[in-house]
Design a protein around this ligand. Structure first.
Ligand code: NAG
Ligand code: NAG
Ligand code: NAG
Length: 604
């Protein structure tokens, strides 16, 4: 297997990278005419080189590892390696090596992770459900979006019920989102476990009690995004008092990021302990993980979001020329409210998902060699195999659930997007290194979860910095590129304390639920000055993570806003029909308008 890969690997990689990486950008439309010629030429060249290499004295070892990118012309250099040239002699070679090189550190763990642990037990003065739940106060919610967005909603609903002293009805799942899954809560999550695990925190019932033989009806309303405890008290309690049962609709990100720490810990108890997938899902998930482990001691899981719709919405340019502009442009027309895209600007702001090829280059630069096994969780990939080819060339041990499990095994899951997403969630969660090309819900939830359960490496691209390197990569040597990628990624690797407490969505940075084993009051182990880059400056005054909790969301950055929009994105004018702009309920309470919402579309 190893041998075979070596023999064919170089050829394969040259062909594919040549084809996709280089021609794709500028000559996509010409490719069908140009490619056969170029590949014939490069094929001959490779044959010649192979012969040459056999006759020539053995070059230094590391040169064997270099795979070469051909550009306008290539020439065998003294040691038998094909160099990449632009058109002058000064331009350095960008040769992607097969091995990750040695960065001198363990790629499969984070530093100092042993000093931290998840902590979400209730404190002594936490009021339990039996003393605080008021009779005749029932809260239900309708979640929205894909599996992971729904997960945030379910988690927050438990805390909202706690704040309101209400009994929670097992949440209804969103069956109409982009992902169209007809599964109910008990078909995804272990509902008995959910109810019993939280029994001390919040009373949870499966459905509303009946009243005169009929189920109680609930009053439907919506709270603003990021509503804090006060906001729930002011808006929902009066309605509960009058109607007794309230259903909060479109319940995603409706609870503030910043809450008192006993509420944050309840969030963590819910998200990390009470929400367990059903046994059927867990078993299949464990099977997949075991199969990956049988292939190799360690593996990387990549969550790749590269669906056509998502790309169209992002407004980015992925290098596919006019064809791509036309195709994505046509999809983009679906959202009447979107501006004409400005790909340059979006990219500059670090808001473009990485292409599969870029993910591959980033991983190689970070030190992962071609022998690494990669599990890829993805939906429909725009451009299909052609788009995936450069990544597969860099990481030939490329797996998906479809490649490691049989059709029959997947049959109970395959027509349910949420169940399929749950399987990927499990594999990504269990992976030694988790990497994403995006900053959507699944990426964020898993990032937070992996912090909580021991800070396993979680690589999230610092797209704002990386994009320049990707654009200019042909001006650099591989070594320079790799070194700059490593620098750009500091603070984006899932290390303890790389994000300030309070920064980011709570689900991605559950700081209130992470304790350190050191007895010092400060939970902060300083990161050496040299490792702090601009995007991740740790300012001294922000180091005070007061236990009183946060009440505002002022730290919310532009970036979060953007990725939330991507996740919340709504199609067409559904939001208009549903009337999210201020309306007056029959209590005369003004329910203030949300952000102009676009229907959640590909929230994952
Ligand atoms: C919930 O119950 C606690 C304890 O009885 C009380 O202090 C608090 O004000 C109540 N909150 C609401 C929103 O009813
Ligand atoms: C890369 O090289 C080209 C031409 O060789 C040059 O025009 C361009 O400015 C260079 N870019 C950078 C960032 O050095
Ligand atoms: C907006 O809604 C109307 C009626 O609900 C529908 O006919 C129309 O096609 C919708 N427009 C878009 C862009 O979805």
């Amino acid at each position: 297997m190893k041998k075979k890969k070596r023999d064919s690997g170089c050829n394969h990689l040259n062909g594919v990278v040549l084809r996709t990486a280089i021609l794709r950008r500028h000559f996509r439309h010409l490719r069908h005419r140009v490619f056969p010629l170029v590949s014939a030429v490069s094929g001959c060249l490779l044959l010649f080189l192979a012969a040459f290499a056999l006759l020539a004295p053995s070059p230094p070892l590391h040169h064997h590892d270099h795979l070469s990118l051909l550009r306008s012309h290539s020439s065998p250099s003294d040691n038998g390696v094909v160099e990449v040239r632009l058109n002058s002699d000064e331009t350095p070679a960008f040769r992607v090596p097969e091995s990750g090189g040695s960065s001198g550190r363990d790629l499969w763990s984070t530093r100092q992770s042993e000093l931290f642990f998840g902590c979400s037990n209730a404190g002594n003065n936490f009021l339990t459900a039996d003393v605080k739940t008021l009779p005749n106060r029932y809260l239900s919610i309708a979640t929205s979006g894909g599996l992971n967005q729904q997960r945030t909603g379910i988690t927050d609903a438990v805390v909202a019920a706690y704040i309101l002293n209400a009994t929670l009805v097992v949440p209804k799942l969103d069956q109409k989102s982009f992902w169209k899954d007809s599964s109910n809560f008990p078909e995804i999550f272990d509902v008995y476990w959910f109810i019993s695990f939280l029994s001390k925190d919040v009373e949870i019932i499966k459905q509303l009690p009946t009243k005169g033989g009929k189920p109680m009806s609930s009053y439907t309303m919506r709270v603003p995004r990021k509503c804090n405890a006060k906001c729930y008290q002011n808006r929902v309690v009066p309605v509960l008092n009058k109607k007794h049962a309230v259903q909060l609709t479109k319940f995603d990100y409706r609870l503030s990021n910043k809450l008192e720490s006993h509420l944050q810990k309840l969030r963590c108890r819910t998200n990390y302990h009470a929400l367990k997938f059903t046994d059927t899902i867990n078993e299949m998930g464990r099977n997949l993980v075991e199969r990956m482990r049988m292939k190799n001691k360690h593996f990387i899981a990549l969550h790749l979001r590269f669906e056509p719709d998502m790309l169209a919405f992002s407004g980015c340019d992925f290098g596919g020329g006019e064809k791509e502009r036309n195709e994505l442009g046509a999809i983009r027309k679906r959202w009447k409210t979107l501006h004409t895209s400005n790909p340059e600007k979006v990219r500059r702001h670090g808001r473009c998902p990485l292409t599969p090829e870029e993910v591959g280059l980033m991983l190689r630069a970070l030190g992962f060699g071609s022998d690494v096994h990669l599990y890829v969780a993805s939906g429909e990939v725009y451009g299909g195999e052609e788009t995936l080819a450069p990544l597969k060339a860099l990481f030939p041990n490329f797996h998906t659930k479809e490649t490691i499990a049989s059709e029959e095994e997947l049959e109970p899951f395959s027509s349910f997007s949420s169940r399929m997403a749950a399987l990927d969630f499990i594999v990504c969660d269990e992976s030694d290194v988790f990497v994403t090309n995006n900053n959507g819900n699944m990426a964020r939830i898993l990032a937070g979860r992996r912090r909580y359960f021991g800070h396993k490496p979680t690589i999230r691209p610092n797209a704002k910095k990386l994009y320049k390197l990707f654009i200019n990569r042909n001006n650099m040597t591989w070594e320079e590129f790799a070194s700059r990628v490593r620098t750009s990624q500091i603070g984006f690797m899932g290390e303890p304390n790389e994000i300030k407490p309070g920064r980011g969505e709570f689900h991605e940075n559950p700081a209130a639920c992470i304790c350190s084993t050191s007895n010092t009051k400060s939970k902060h182990i300083p990161i050496p000055e040299t490792e702090i880059n601009d995007d991740n400056k740790i300012s001294k005054e922000d180091d005070t993570n007061k236990d009183s909790g946060y009440v505002t969301d002022e730290h919310t950055t532009d970036d979060e806003q953007y990725w939330s929009e991507i996740d919340y994105a709504e199609i067409g004018n559904k939001s208009l029909e549903k009337g999210t702009s201020g309306r007056v309920s029959d209590q005369g309470l003004v329910l203030k308008s949300d952000q102009p919402e676009l229907l959640e579309f590909f929230s994952d």
